[in-house]
Write a new protein. Structure first.
Lengths: 340, 498, 251
């Protein structure tokens, strides 16, 4: 097997190995971790819980993967979740019964939000952090407006299925993640879109010289991110049978970014892997479970997460890798030394 | 003019991982002289400047300032020692005021706080010496590039008054502004400052310089007195007049087939290129000759719709076309290998295979994905045909040598079935062996019926494959050579003649 | 000094006065100096933190950890004062030094490892909040004579307006910041780095020094803000100031 194939394999190896190690640690601490029961047509077990709870972040990570590949970032996905949840709740409480319409409305809300972001970044050349910050801050306000300032609860069995239903034994959110993953994979790897996205992120100038329409590509990635966020938002709303504009998806955008970065993607753009981003989301969730199972109090959660991020980021930095290999942290930055 | 050297560089070596950028170069600057530093891209000019100013550390050799060895490790050091640099892109801070820019880092203080009154007064005084009577409290960006450059010069000279390096200062100036600049330079010269003048405008070199140092291929060609070096000799030194054979270089015959593929009629862009006519026949190779800055790259970019033209027409197969974006040019069958491979050509992280098929994919459209199998077929085919030295098409392209990268870029366009290929300096930064291969390739493509427009500063190579040579100078077309006229001497004459 | 530079500031001021004016007309008693100074003292901590954030943004960066540092400061202060019975005037210098060091470390990582400020300060935010949660999850009340003295310190202005410690600190910080930004060489360097980092480096600005100092200042002011916030709430709570960093960004 040649060298580059090795490199590529290693890219997948680290995150998957990391996930496996975490799971084994969990199993050591709590031997029932890997137990899965099949009862009444559904699977039960800790593993299933992990998959289920990771579903919203995984969905966000799918969209975020594409955005980061273009050297961008989308801070508004949490707020878009709130908006989509609010929109669905609105229609349900207004008496709309048709499930397709309700879900469609939520998706359209996410679509519009994504298009707005994509337009600001792609066509108005506003920096992604700033452009998506607008919707991040204002989006919850919009969601509040839609819900007229209340926390709306509703009862719609069809919609609730999104959050609590099962299909083929798996919780429906997990099924949704699988379906979305499949769709986006098809979109990006069965057409040239994935290659275009990577090209725009890898070298925007050369991409222009080759005729790639960077603006349209950026618009499309933010749109996909918006759709994914809308789906995640509807799952969250279905789960609690309500729409809480303030708390839906709170801070989840940061988890999504972290998931993509743990999966090995660079924030500077270029290569992406949706599969690895989902693994990243699973790692985050599994880590949370590890902390719970190990008896470390949940208050350490955030600190451990922070240390994990810092470690991952340092590992990605070329200078750190260099220092590590030489085990020397205090040599001057400029390695070139004068010789008389 | 005294002959004391104020700055001396001796036997300077500088190596980078992939290239030996300076091979034992000497450079001597006297106090009170204007000294031109000339050389084509890749000759080592900018590396030498960066060594002088501490941006790079030399790997070998000495730098002496007023006879004392110095070791600048950054621009601040160099500035403190007395070496100031003014760059082509001005490199000041557009958001700050003129006065702030001049005194940044050394503002006069009173009781520990900056005395703005004094800053502004001093700045105004300083600029009066440069015939500039402007409001120093306005942001720098509100003034023209010419004025900004003068401000940069004023800052540099004020901070230290031994050596001033001007790196392509006239690129964005009009004729009057250039004369202003020359007046200031002569004034500074009379005050004993040594000025290094880096430029590619030969007229300017002769107008204001005392001596000339020429670099080529990382080596020193020589140091000359401007008064005694003739223009053709100068060009000869820069381009390497030694016609030691690189292989068979018989000139091509004039192209017989007369069907024009592409015609330019009075095509131009107001600041970049004067309107010109050009015809490229089917299966013809048109060489573009001229020095750096003559407009060759601009012409290539206009052809490929990277820049928009302001005047004239472009005709394809006799019909006028209006490309609003490179994509349309690609679909029409054109391709461009840009001059700056690293910045505009390769997608470093991506594999050789992906780099190769991208143009073809773009031509086909995003939904008609080229299957992985077909991609590998195409990639392997071209690796073989173009003799690309790699055993692995999945390797990231940035790991290949310059020559092989260039071949991959060529393959990219070939895979898209072009009718016209535009190559901008295809052999730059490539070792000699690869040069010959690429030339052979170009000739073969031409024989296969492809039309080519090749801009190159390597005259022997242009001669080796061109059916027609178009000579550019100072953004204008000055000559069109065919048949027996296609030889290096004739080309140089055309570039040089007034 | 420069007209274009002051436009955003002018707009904000005009907006403030317009809103205040509308409020004064609509609501009786609104247009009084008392309400004005109440506003000032309630938001004193915000002003202080915003000043720190401004330095960072001027330099072209961003500091997401400000809210978290405010919370962390509050928690550490309350624990040291209430549980370990240390005097606030001993606690404050400790906390300020710690906070400044935190900022300096972030600045160093940003510069030497060439990482984006967004990510590094994001990690810093998680870290600070995490640390705060570990130290204490519930809100800890602060009961100390010094705090009572602080609350009583101040003077009355005509119109029944109370100018207290927080307001005074906020105003002092504001004045100091304006002086530093516009009248010191460091201020010039901050603007330079924000204008064009490459040009600034070529002009001889020491990038490492400046970057580290900028983030250290931001963290210092965030810490100070946390102290002032504790004056306001008489407590320390790890979930305080959530979302504040985003608000300040907008400012």
């Amino acid at each position: 097997m040649n060298f580059t194939k090795n490199q590529n394999l290693r890219r997948y190896l680290w995150p998957c190995a990391g996930l496996l190690v975490l799971m084994i640690i969990n199993a050591i601490i709590a031997p029932e971790f890997f137990n899965i029961e099949f009862k009444d047509g559904r699977f039960y077990g800790s593993l299933i819980d992990v998959l289920n709870r990771a579903a919203p972040v995984a969905l966000l990570a799918i969209g975020m993967s594409l955005v980061i590949a273009t050297a961008g970032v989308d801070l508004s996905v949490g707020s878009i979740m709130a908006i989509a949840g609010a929109v669905s709740a609105y229609y349900i409480t207004k008496g709309v019964d048709n499930l397709a319409l309700i879900i469609g409305a939520g998706l359209i809300a996410g679509l519009i939000a994504g298009i707005v972001n994509g337009f600001l970044v792609g066509y108005m050349s506003i920096q992604p952090i700033v452009a998506t910050l607008i919707l991040m801050v204002g989006g919850r306000g919009i969601a509040q407006l839609i819900n007229e300032g209340q926390i709306v609860t509703f009862d719609h069995s069809g919609f609730a299925f999104l959050g609590t239903g099962h299909f083929l034994g798996l919780p429906f959110p997990v099924v949704l993640v699988i379906i979305t993953f499949a769709l986006v994979q098809l979109l990006t790897r069965r057409t040239a879109l994935g290659l275009y996205i990577e090209a725009v992120g890898a070298n925007p100038s050369a991409s222009h010289y080759m005729g790639l329409n960077a603006k349209a590509i950026k618009l499309s990635v933010y749109t996909v991110a918006g759709l994914c966020a809308a789906l995640a938002g509807m799952i969250a709303a279905a789960d609690i049978r309500g729409s809480d504009a303030n708390n839906a998806g709170l801070w989840l955008e940061l988890d999504a970014i972290l998931a993509v970065v743990i999966g090995g993607a660079s924030l500077m753009g270029g290569r992406f892997s949706i599969f690895l981003a989902i693994i990243g989301a699973l790692i985050i969730q599994t880590l949370t479970v590890t902390i719970i199972l190990s008896g470390i109090e949940p208050k350490f959660n955030l600190l451990i997460k922070a240390s994990a991020i810092i470690l991952v980021l340092l590992m990605q930095s070329p200078r750190f890798q260099q220092q590590l290999s030489q085990l020397n942290f205090f040599k001057k930055n400029n390695k070139e030394i004068n010789r008389a | 003019m005294n002959t004391n050297p104020v700055l001396q560089l001796k036997r300077i070596h500088k190596k980078f991982p992939s290239v030996h950028a300076l091979k034992g170069v000497d450079f001597t600057l006297r106090a009170g002289e204007i000294h031109a530093l000339l050389g084509e891209n890749g000759a080592g000019k900018s590396t030498l400047i960066k060594v002088m100013t501490g941006v790079y550390q030399r790997d070998g050799g000495d730098i002496l300032l007023d006879g004392q060895p110095i070791f600048p490790t950054n621009t601040g050091d160099a500035q403190a020692l007395g070496i100031s640099t003014v760059y082509q892109e001005v490199n000041l801070l557009p958001n700050l005021t003129v006065a702030q820019n001049i005194y940044l880092g050394r503002e006069p203080r009173r009781f520990g706080l900056i005395n703005w009154g004094k800053v502004n007064r001093d700045a105004a005084e300083l600029l009066k010496g440069y015939d500039l009577d402007i409001d120093v409290t306005q942001p720098l960006s509100s003034y023209s590039i010419a004025v900004q450059q003068l401000i940069a010069i004023a800052r540099g000279v004020d901070m230290s008054a031994k050596v001033l390096i001007l790196d392509e200062p006239t690129a964005s100036l009009d004729a009057d502004e250039v004369q202003s600049l020359f007046r200031i330079m002569r004034d500074l010269r009379s005050k004993g400052i040594g000025i290094v003048f880096v430029t590619h405008f030969l007229d300017q070199v002769y107008a204001v310089c005392d001596r000339i140092t020429i670099l080529r291929s990382a080596e020193l060609v020589g140091e000359f007195e401007a008064a005694t070096l003739s223009r053709p000799e100068l060009i000869g030194h820069m381009l390497g007049k030694e016609l030691a054979a690189l292989g068979e270089h018989k000139p091509q015959s004039s192209h017989s087939s007369s069907e024009p593929l592409v015609e330019l009629k009075a095509l131009g862009h107001n600041t970049n290129l004067s309107p010109m006519d050009l015809t490229v026949g089917k299966g013809e190779v048109v060489g573009l000759a001229g020095l750096l800055g003559s407009g060759r790259t601009e012409l290539c970019r206009l052809l490929f719709a990277i820049d928009k033209r302001n005047s004239g027409q472009l005709l394809l197969d006799g019909k006028p076309v209006n490309f609003s974006a490179p994509r349309e040019a690609i679909i029409a069958g054109m391709g461009l290998c840009p001059e700056d491979r690293k910045h505009d050509g390769i997608l470093g992280q991506l594999s050789i295979r992906e780099n190769m098929i991208l143009a073809r994919q773009i031509k086909q459209g995003w939904w008609k994905f080229i299957s992985r199998k077909e991609q590998e077929e195409i990639a392997n085919r071209y690796v073989k045909e173009l003799n690309i030295a790699t055993s692995d098409i999945e390797k990231p392209i940035e790991q290949l040598s310059g020559g092989n990268q260039q071949k991959v870029i060529l393959a990219r366009w070939l895979a898209a079935d072009p009718r016209l290929l535009i190559l901008d300096e295809p052999t730059r930064g490539i070792d000699i062996g690869a040069h010959a291969e690429i030339i052979r390739l170009i000739r073969k493509l031409c024989a296969d019926g492809l039309s080519l427009v090749v801009a190159s500063s390597e005259l022997e190579e242009l001669v080796a494959f061109s059916n027609k040579v178009v000579v550019l100078r100072d953004r204008k077309k000055v000559a069109e050579l065919q048949g027996d006229d296609i030889n290096p001497q004739r080309i140089m004459q055309a570039i040089a003649s007034n | 000094m420069l007209n274009p530079k002051f436009i955003p500031l002018a707009v904000t001021c005009i907006l403030f006065f317009v809103l205040f004016g509308i409020g004064s007309v609509q609501f009786e008693g609104f247009g009084s100096s008392r309400v004005f100074f109440n506003l000032l003292s309630d938001n004193a901590f915000l002003i202080i933190a915003a000043v720190g954030m401004t330095f960072v943004i001027l330099s072209g960066g961003i500091d997401l950890s400000v809210g978290a540092v405010i919370a962390l400061t509050g928690v550490v202060c309350s624990v040291l004062i209430s549980k370990y019975n240390m005097h606030p005037l001993v606690v404050f210098p400790i906390v300020l030094v710690g906070g400044t060091a935190f900022g300096a470390i972030m600045g160093a990582i940003i510069h030497y490892y060439k990482m984006q400020p967004f990510i590094v300060t994001l990690a810093g935010m998680f870290f600070a909040r995490g640390l705060a949660s570990v130290i204490s999850e519930e809100s800890i009340p602060i009961e100390h004579e010094f705090y009572n003295q602080v609350a009583e310190f101040g003077f009355m202005l005509p119109g029944d307006a109370w100018v207290g410690t927080s307001t005074l600190i906020a105003v002092a910080v504001l004045i100091a910041a304006i002086i530093v930004a516009h009248y010191t060489r460091f201020g010039g360097r901050v603007y330079a780095v924000g204008g064009d980092m490459n040009s600034a480096a070529l002009m001889g600005i020491p990038l490492a020094h400046t970057t580290i100092r900028i983030y250290a200042i931001s963290a210092f002011l965030a810490t100070l803000s946390g102290i002032v916030y504790s004056f306001y709430t008489f407590s320390g709570y790890s979930l305080a100031a959530v979302g504040e960093s985003w608000m300040q960004l907008l400012q």
